[in-house]
Each structure stands twice: as C-alpha cells, then as structure tokens.
Write a protein that binds this ligand. Structure first.
Ligand code: 1CP
Length: 343
C-alpha cells in the first residue's frame, strides 16, 4: 500500500488526486498526548523504547490525520551513540556536556559499531510499520553532517554559531574529518532505516541557514551529496531539507527526489529555478497556525497556488511545528489542504 500512497507518489513527482500533507515535528510537544507520556518517561527513554517511540509516532496520525508518519526520534542519537553524553534540559533543549573542541576528541569518538548501538531505532521502525499496518508510509530521518557537527561542537543550540564557525575556519582539516565521519555514519544509519522498512528518508540540514553560499557547498552540500550518492535507496524517496539556503541550483543536482523549502521562499520561484527537476515539500510559515482560521485557509490556498498545477508537491510547514500550536488549528490545516487541493 505504501508505494501507492499519495505521499510516495508525490515524492516521485507523480500527479495525485490531492496534495498529501505531513508536518515536520508532528510527533511532539504541541500534542497533549505526547506531553502526558513525557511526564512519565524522559526524552531519551522515549526514543530508546520502541513501544514508546512507535506510540508517539502514531499519535499525530490518529489525532491530526496526516498522510505520512515520521519516526519519533532525534537527529542527536548519532552523536549519542558515538559516546557523547546527551541530556535534554527543559528550558534549554538538547545539551552535550562535553562538546568537541579538539582533534583528539574527534579521534576518540566511538565510531566502531555505532550502528549496533542504534539498533533500538531499527526496532522502533519495525514495530511502527507493524502497528501502522499500511495506513500511511513511514519516514525515517537523519541530521546532515553539518547540522550534527554544529550541535557536537557548540554543545547546544546557538544564536550566532561562533564556536562551530571558528572551529571550521581555524581547523578546517579537523572539521572535514568530523564531517566525513558523520557522513559515513549517516549513510549506514539511513541505509539501516531503509532496510528496516522506512518508506522514505529525510535529511534535515537545519543549520544550512548559517552558512554563506560558498561555505554551504564546502561544509554541508558536499557531504549531503556523498550521502545521496552512497545510499542504496531501492526506490525509497530521499528528501533533503536545507533550511535557509539562498539558491536551489546545487541542491537540484543531488541524487534525491524531494527538496524541502522553508517559508521565506516562494514555491513557484523555487520550482522555476530548478526547472521542476525535483518534487518540492513545504512551505507554510509555522506561525500561521497561531492565526485565525480564515488566515490559515487563505495562506494554505496561497501555498497551493504558488506551487501550481501538476504533481510533485508535498504540503508541509517551512520548519518544525512550534510547541504552543493549538491542535485544532493543525487539524484545520489538514482539512484545508484536503479540500483545497482536491482535483
Ligand atoms: O519533549 C521534548 O521536550 C522533546 C522535544 C523534542 C522532540 C519532540 C526534541 C528535542 N526532539 C524531538 C523530536 C524530533 N527531532 C523529531 C521527531 C519527528 C517529528 O518530526 O515529528 C525530529 C524529526 C527531530 C529533528 C531535529 N532535532 C532537528 C532537525 C529538524 C528541525 O526541526 O530543525 C533538530 C535541529 C533537532 C535538535 C533538537 N532536538 C530537540 C530540540 C528541542 C532540538 C532543537 C534545539 C535547538 O533549538 O537548536
């Protein structure tokens, strides 16, 4: 069933009866059902327990009725599996207590058998596929090497990213070494997710947005390209979401099927820029979900119209859903996309 789903067909650029929708971070804190589980279990326990991860993955399918599920996990499980101590601090977000600041620390990363320490993710994929029983396809994901390195070196989220940028400018060889280690791990990890049954995979490059175009090519795109070239995708669509990039020309050359677009771009322009070579995913501003219903409907219509006729559009937000978003507005968005895009 998954191969014939609206979402998978749209990823391949095919014309569909209506535009499919899923929402980045749809499995998460805006859902009271998620918050209730998190009262009982901490974040990493939720990620590492297949019963919990699969339950959280399916919550938005039951409650919001999106056209694809995304496995509940986090991009930072890879560095955690390489031996970096990760903690989720309520007011701060994820924190690594000993961020990478030297080549010695890069050499000490536990890169042997990283994948076996991530076996809980593959168990969660298998359990979720069983529970979904073909209802909707399941998306697996990873951070891009650049975005992972950003957290590993900064140690946490950042405002101006001076630590990671000083690191790459002062120690470019070490930086490239780290990025290549991560690229190899991401290939292994996404391959294992595909082999475990994921119907599509997405690479999140959230912090593409902090790089100049030339630095983006050198420190990020090169490694995303390596990942796309080395995955045996077996027809499973690959989605690349590089947030905040100025141009899509280079991204259009990747061996991937879909490009994610943030809300600062006009879909029509991106589509023209890449001459329709990839399907596009996006791009409603996440804060529109705090607006009155009329505005949500109008903006939904605008995004659909901007993409225009023909297949190859997957509706999504232009970045992750915010934790204070009212659930009823998310349900309304899904209804609007269904109604307004029906052919
Ligand atoms: O309960 C909680 O407080 C945990 C909040 C939370 C959640 C629900 C975190 C911590 N991660 C997640 C899940 C998550 N993270 C998913 C689940 C699947 C889904 O989309 O529904 C995904 C895809 C991610 C990916 C992720 N984690 C990214 C890339 C995408 C993006 O939104 O930019 C990034 C940058 C992270 C790091 C991270 N993990 C958690 C937080 C709060 C953050 C962001 C920290 C920051 O502000 O820099």
């Amino acid at each position: 069933m998954s191969k014939d789903s609206l979402f998978i067909r749209a990823c391949k650029g095919e014309q569909t009866e209506r535009t499919p929708i899923w929402i980045m971070r749809q499995a998460g804190r805006y859902l009271p059902e998620y918050r209730a589980l998190r009262e009982k279990y901490d974040f990493l326990t939720s990620c590492k327990t297949p019963e919990l991860a699969s339950e959280i993955t399916i919550q938005p399918i039951d409650i919001v009725d999106t056209d694809a599920a995304i496995l509940f996990s986090d991009i930072l499980v890879i560095p955690e599996a390489m031996g970096m101590h990760l903690e989720l601090i309520e007011s701060k977000g994820p924190v690594f207590s000993e961020p990478i600041r030297s080549i010695g620390q890069i050499e000490n990363l536990e890169t042997d058998e990283t994948l076996s320490r991530l076996d809980y993710v593959m168990q969660a994929v298998k359990m979720t596929k069983e529970k979904l029983n073909g209802r909707v396809p399941l998306i697996g994901f990873s951070g891009s090497p650049w975005t992972l390195a950003t957290y590993m070196v900064e140690g946490k989220g950042s405002k101006n990213f001076d630590i990671i940028k000083s690191f790459v400018y002062n120690e470019p060889e070490s930086a490239h070494k780290l990025l290549q280690i991560l690229a190899d791990s991401v290939v292994e990890y996404l391959q294992a997710k595909i082999d475990a049954g994921c119907d599509a995979v997405q690479i999140f490059d959230t912090w593409a947005s902090i790089l100049s175009p030339a630095d983006f090519e050198e420190y990020s795109l090169k490694y995303i390209s390596y990942i796309c070239d080395n995955l045996q995708s077996k027809g499973v669509p690959i989605i690349v979401f590089a947030k905040g990039v100025g141009s899509y020309q280079n991204l259009a050359q990747l061996k991937c099927d879909v490009l994610g677009v943030d809300w600062t771009k006009e879909l029509s322009r991106v589509r023209a820029e890449i001459s329709g070579r990839k399907a596009l995913q996006g791009n409603l501003d996440p804060t529109v979900l705090f607006a009155p219903k009329e505005k949500i409907r109008k903006e939904t219509e605008r995004v659909l119209r901007s993409y225009g006729e023909g297949g190859g559009h997957i509706f999504n937000l232009g970045h992750g859903i915010l934790s204070k978003t009212p659930v009823e507005n998310v349900q309304y968005l899904v209804e609007c996309v269904r109604e307004l895009s029906s052919k």
